[in-house]
Design a protein around this ligand. Structure first.
Ligand SMILES: C[S@@+](CC[C@H](N)C(=O)[O-])C[C@H]1O[C@@H](n2cnc3c(N)ncnc32)[C@H](O)[C@@H]1O
Length: 367
């Protein structure tokens, strides 16, 4: 378990060794699959929150780098819980035949592992090696209502040695895939919450944002033209969803020295239509996303926010917080707020804005 985790984090150059390794397959099946399948729920829930999920009664799905079917299981369990569709028709592509055969068994009717309620899935698998510069040749025909790339974009780009080319090829792949989206289709890219992978995804996003043609950036961003996290090498945008692992998984995590709580990942949701998570706000220009944990310091509490004007730090003085309800401290990473210009004073502090006494940001969505 620990070895597989290290291959996915510190020893990424060894990631390819997990294919065909029976121990790694068992670790993926017993721990990583039941934990990671919930990662796609957040992006799906954001789409649902503004009525931007595809409307097909049985959406056609492309799952790239599908592996054991983790992301498809997340999608079908979300679909069952939300009642958003009757079932899914899934085309799954991976280079690992063995993983795809496990996926077939997991999704055979009734779909999903015991205890997880899933919408029915009609599955076709393709054992294909996806390669930069030859993306189109290995992709089954669309159009697709939903395209998912669960924790695999970085692996698809792993053979490209330098970051600028990796970003360019990632952009080319996502643009190519967006041509296969149905006219209300969505694409969800989930990546690890690691600095290099999350920054690459943000750099790809910056090359896609603002165009008139699809794909349109739906989330996590709420209108920022360039990702403020790319300004400093040490920053990266990621989610850290409050979540306690179920007891059986927590035990395995504890024994392997892995986190027992929180679901971490970075992601990008693209839409065939010009839709945005900022639609949560009555005035979309007022939407802000919390992109840090609360940052306490002497006499104040701060939060990094991202919005149409870029990155800002919202600050509340402790003396104001004692008088007012303690609004800032329970706003976790990923919360979407509406912040009107008269809620803040940004006249003195450049990129820092003080939340005015008596004002509180309106919470539009918590992760
Ligand atoms: C970390 S796993 C993710 C599996 C699953 N999507 C999930 O969400 O957990 C990455 C998957 O991408 C596949 N993969 C990596 N590079 C690939 C390539 N060039 N072509 C096809 N599949 C690839 C691997 O075999 C592996 O199953």
């Amino acid at each position: 378990m620990r070895q597989v985790s290290e291959r996915y984090t510190r020893r990424r150059q060894e990631v390819a060794l997990t294919a065909g390794d029976p121990g790694a397959l068992a670790a993926r099946l017993r721990f990583f699959l039941p934990r990671d399948l919930f990662k796609v729920w957040g992006p799906l829930d954001e789409l649902a929150a503004v009525g931007a999920l595809p409307t097909a009664t049985t959406p056609k799905v492309l799952d790239l780098g599908a592996g054991l079917g983790t992301t498809t299981l997340g999608l079908s369990s979300f679909t069952a819980a939300a009642g958003s569709a009757q079932g899914l028709v899934v085309h799954a592509v991976d280079r690992d035949r063995q993983a795809l055969s496990v996926m077939k068994r997991l999704l055979a009717p009734p779909a999903g592992p015991p205890g997880l309620s899933c919408a029915p899935v009609t599955l076709t698998t393709y054992t294909n090696l996806l390669e930069p510069a030859h993306w189109s040749e290995s992709l089954p025909d669309g159009p697709y209502d939903i395209i998912v790339l669960g924790l695999c974009l970085n692996e698809l780009l792993a053979t490209i040695p330098d970051v600028p080319r990796r970003v360019a090829e990632g952009e080319a792949l996502l643009r190519r895939l967006s041509e296969s989206l149905s006219d209300d289709g969505v694409m969800i890219v989930i990546e690890p919450a690691l600095r290099e992978q999350a920054r690459t995804l943000a750099a790809i996003r910056d090359r896609l944002v603002g165009g008139r043609a699809p794909p349109h950036v739906f989330a996590p961003c709420v209108g920022c033209p360039t990702c403020p996290m790319l300004a400093r090498q040490r920053d990266w945008c990621h989610e850290d969803i409050p979540w306690e692992l179920p007891a059986a998984l927590a035990e395995i995590a504890g024994a392997a020295g892995l986190r027992r709580a929180g679901l971490t990942y970075s992601y990008l949701t693209l839409h065939a239509r010009p839709r945005s998570l900022a639609e949560l706000a009555v005035v979309p220009a007022h939407a802000r996303r919390v992109v840090s944990a609360p940052l306490p310091s002497k006499g104040k509490l701060e939060l990094e926010l991202c919005g149409p004007e870029g990155g800002t730090r919202m600050m509340a003085l402790n003396r104001d917080r004692r008088r007012d309800p303690d609004v800032l401290s329970d706003l976790g990473r990923g919360t979407v707020l509406a912040l009107a210009p008269d809620d803040i004073d940004d006249s003195k502090r450049g990129a820092r804005a003080r939340l005015l006494p008596g004002r509180s940001p309106r919470v539009l969505r918590r992760p």
